[in-house]
Design a protein around this ligand. Structure first.
Ligand code: FES
Length: 507
């Protein structure tokens, strides 16, 4: 994330990670990742009496939890008429039930542990703003009702968004990082440890555990990989889910000028919005959308486009004060992969947020706690990571991935590095090689091999966020030092020493 983009939530200090000590190297459960998924699973496991060590490479909440727009919804993004098609009526009902239970659990944990995170129950509205969306709204009304959500119809739209709409009660909002700090504190008070360490590999065999970059190891009876996308398997889940960027802005609006609710439209790409009280007589209007596949930008000015849409919703909106983006991992059948890692007895995964990451992360807590304890859970088959879904979305996503490898035959973005402006990045082709160049604002050139260390796709420049993004499975790398920003890559781009920089002549 560059200097121009910053999340609304990031002014909240989070608790620091502890240094790892010898006692941490033997746990009953080792959780990898200290975002809302890892912290929720850790809290549920410690409540169940397990000795838990949470291992985090960067900082608590440094990943996608700080980039959410914080909708807590059981009215899911992937629409119940689609979920019925992929999972059947019972599967869609379990999806509704489990996400509603996740919102309940957040509310209960807030009460039990005294977490002040502005949790508030509010309704959600799905609005058909265009005439050709009315039929989809009708289908969703019927499918959501069959799933047990009891939506109601309204022709009043939502604020300035006109058109027929569905209203879903008992949705919610909160401040995600205040909540995260609260559940981390609760888990620590029950004995969980949150430590800083860089995990290099994960074993699930006879001696389960995680191998750390310093050569040491944490042994555990079970390992939970809650790092947004698993980095320890190259193929298992990556062919069943795809990475998208989603953009968010926050701007001040007069208090009460936008109803306190979640709102989603049916456009393609779609928009989502809600307000967050600012506490000084104004509200923050938080608007997101303009999603696209990571590394495959179709919108060069996503924040300006969101501001224009937000102005439709509230003409009195101020200038954009915060703008950020996040990675959404879309499973090909709309629901996350939560459960035992296929082929491994002692490794469990949480991945595939599908735009409902906060509730998927939270429902993982009781589900994985049951599985780690050797019990069954009524939701486990719907979220089973081993499920196979060779549907149209799977074919489309995997054909898209295969097409990205054609970059290796394409020309570079530019012929000569000398003309690269400060703040810009570009790929230069040299023979069969591609090189990724970024010139920072001070004029220093940073050079890397453009080969993604995951499975060898060629990275592309992301001008909005100043990063190198892989169009195949969504790994992202920092422009200045090539370090991993988003997996599944488990290592950064290979740096090129200045004297090895290739010719700037076209080849
Ligand atoms: Fe898979 Fe780059 S993320 S090849």
């Amino acid at each position: 994330m560059n200097a121009e983009t910053q999340s609304l939530w990031m002014n909240v200090p989070l608790p620091p990670l502890d240094a790892i000590v010898p006692a941490d190297r033997d746990a009953q459960v080792c959780v990898v990742g200290a975002g809302i998924a890892g912290a929720s699973v850790a809290l549920a496991l410690t409540e169940a009496g397990r000795r838990v060590v949470v291992v985090e490479r960067d900082a608590i909440g440094a990943g996608e939890t700080s980039r959410t727009s914080a909708h807590l919804a059981s009215a899911l993004d992937d629409r119940f008429h689609q979920l019925e098609r992929w999972h059947g009526k019972d599967g869609a009902r379990i999806a509704a039930e489990s996400h509603a239970a996740a919102v309940d659990r957040i509310e209960q944990w807030c009460a039990r542990y005294g977490i002040a995170c502005e949790f508030q129950r509010i309704p959600g509205y799905l609005v058909a703003t265009e005439a050709d969306q009315h039929r989809e709204l009708d289908r969703e009304f019927e499918a959501a009702a069959r799933a047990g959500l009891a939506p109601s119809r309204t022709d009043a739209g939502f604020g300035a968004l006109t058109g027929p709409a569905l209203r879903f009660d008992a949705q919610a909002r909160f401040h995600p990082l205040r909540y995260l700090a609260g559940i981390v504190g609760a888990a620590r008070a029950l004995g969980a440890r949150f430590v800083r360490a860089d995990v290099r590999d994960i074993d699930g065999g006879k001696s389960p555990g995680v191998a750390l970059a310093d050569g040491s190891r944490i042994g555990a009876a079970a390992v939970v990989v809650a790092s947004n996308v698993p980095f320890h398997r190259r193929f298992t889940l990556h062919t069943k889910q795809a990475a998208y960027r989603s953009y968010v802005i926050a701007a001040r609006v007069p208090s009460g000028s936008v109803p306190d609710a979640l709102v989603w439209d049916l456009c393609e790409p779609y928009h989502y919005a809600r307000v967050q009280p600012a506490g000084d007589g104004a509200d923050w209007l938080i608007v997101g959308g303009t999603d696209h596949k990571t590394g495959q930008e179709t919108e060069r000015e996503p924040f300006a486009r969101l501001q224009a849409w937000a102005r439709r919703l509230c003409p009195a909106i101020g200038e954009t004060a915060f703008a950020w983006s996040g990675q959404i991992i879309e499973p090909v059948d709309g629901l996350a992969f939560i459960g035992r890692d296929p082929g491994e007895d002692h490794i469990y995964v949480v991945s595939g947020d599908s735009g409902n990451g906060l509730t998927h992360a939270t429902l993982a807590a009781p589900l994985l706690t049951a599985l780690v304890r050797g019990e069954t859970h009524p939701w486990q088959s719907v979220y089973d990571p081993a499920r196979k879904r060779l549907n149209g979305a799977w074919l489309e996503e995997n054909a898209n991935v295969a097409a990205q490898y054609r970059d290796w035959l394409a020309a570079g973005d530019i012929d000569a590095v000398a003309g690269l402006a400060p703040g810009a990045g570009a790929v230069v082709r040299h023979g069969l090689h591609r090189f990724a160049f970024h010139r920072d604002d001070a004029g220093t050139l940073h050079a890397f091999s453009a080969r993604c260390p995951h499975l060898g796709c060629a990275v592309r420049w992301n001008a909005v966020e100043r990063s190198w993004d892989c169009p195949c499975h969504g790994s992202r790398f920092a422009a200045a030092d090539g370090r991993v920003l988003n997996g599944p890559a488990d290592r950064g781009l290979e740096a090129i020493a200045a004297e090895q920089e290739p010719s700037t002549q076209p080849v």
